[in-house]
Design a protein around this ligand. Structure first.
Ligand SMILES: [Zn+2]
Length: 283
């Protein structure tokens, strides 16, 4: 699943490449992914509109267009494996939509499992009332909050820290993979209860969030502008991750074998030596 660094980098990249472009065509091939309104209405509204910017709201990608008398927001939820790509000769299987511009640039969105969702809202800047309810309940973006706000928000949660970090109502943008990276960097065991974390550990966790995610954004942004390959997440992850998906490999820090635990269809990787647990009940 794409997380904050990938989405932030892609939104910067697409804004730079496409802002000012006029939509020539909008085609969809799997209508079940279109949530609101319907394909025909989206086509009518979007064709002729000018793309102003692409931004990210939590894990949602938002394309903001200006048409004659209104703003249009095309919102795409990637689901688990949705990806953007530049259209080449042969579109990938399960291409959900194609956004073709008058200049000839053609952006596609493909989603092999069709778990994603697409909405188009029009209106002024009243974004909060226009977004779907699950997005309205998102907490603030992790990269925009202060340490004090982080501390006061996290007090509302009592569960295991990895679960807390990935709760989008707490803060948005952190998923399974980067939660492992953040916790490894902060030397905190992923299954420690939030209530067992000291004030200095919470502070370390906040700093780790901003440094790991910030580093990811800048590395992926540089890579995108160099290669134009927006759909190659395998590369980013292999290059950036020090713990996630490295189960049984030697720890980057201490050399001991990295642990791997699968629960609720999510893999958690951590180092039992570097990330000590205060939770005595843990296995
Ligand atoms: Zn280690």
């Amino acid at each position: 699943m794409p997380e904050l660094p990938e989405l932030e980098a892609i939104s910067k990249y697409l804004t730079k490449k496409l802002s000012g472009e006029i939509v020539a065509r909008f085609d969809t091939f799997f209508h079940t992914v279109i949530r609101f309104p319907d394909t025909k209405t989206i086509q009518t509204l979007l064709v002729g509109a000018r793309l102003e910017k692409v931004s990210r709201k939590g894990k949602l990608m938002v394309f903001q267009f200006r048409s004659i008398d209104t703003y249009l927001h095309l919102c795409i939820d990637h689901g688990l494996i949705g990806r953007f790509a530049w259209e080449k000769v042969k579109a990938p299987a399960k291409t959900v939509l194609r956004l073709k511009f008058q200049s000839g640039s053609s952006l596609i969105y493909h989603d092999r499992r069709l778990h994603g969702a697409i909405w188009l809202f029009h209106g002024t800047n009243k974004e909060n009332t226009l977004f779907p309810s699950k997005v309205r309940n998102y907490g603030p973006d992790i990269l925009t909050i202060s340490l004090d706000e982080f501390k006061s928000r996290i007090r509302q949660y009592r569960g295991e820290i990895k679960g807390v970090l990935t709760k989008q109502e707490f803060v948005t943008g952190i998923g399974n993979a980067y939660a492992d990276e953040i916790l490894f960097n902060a030397r905190i065991h992923p299954f420690t209860k939030r209530t067992n974390l000291s004030s200095s550990e919470i502070e370390r966790l906040y700093k780790s969030c901003t440094s790991i995610l910030g580093h990811g954004v800048s590395e992926i942004t540089n890579w995108l502008f160099t290669t134009d390959k927006i759909d190659n997440q395998r590369f980013w992850r292999k290059e950036l991750f020090r713990i996630h998906l490295r189960g049984e490999q030697p720890c980057y820090n201490c050399g001991k074998s990295i642990s791997s635990i699968k629960a609720n269809r999510r893999i958690t990787n951590f180092c039992r030596t570097c990330q000590t647990s205060r939770n005595k009940n843990f296995i």
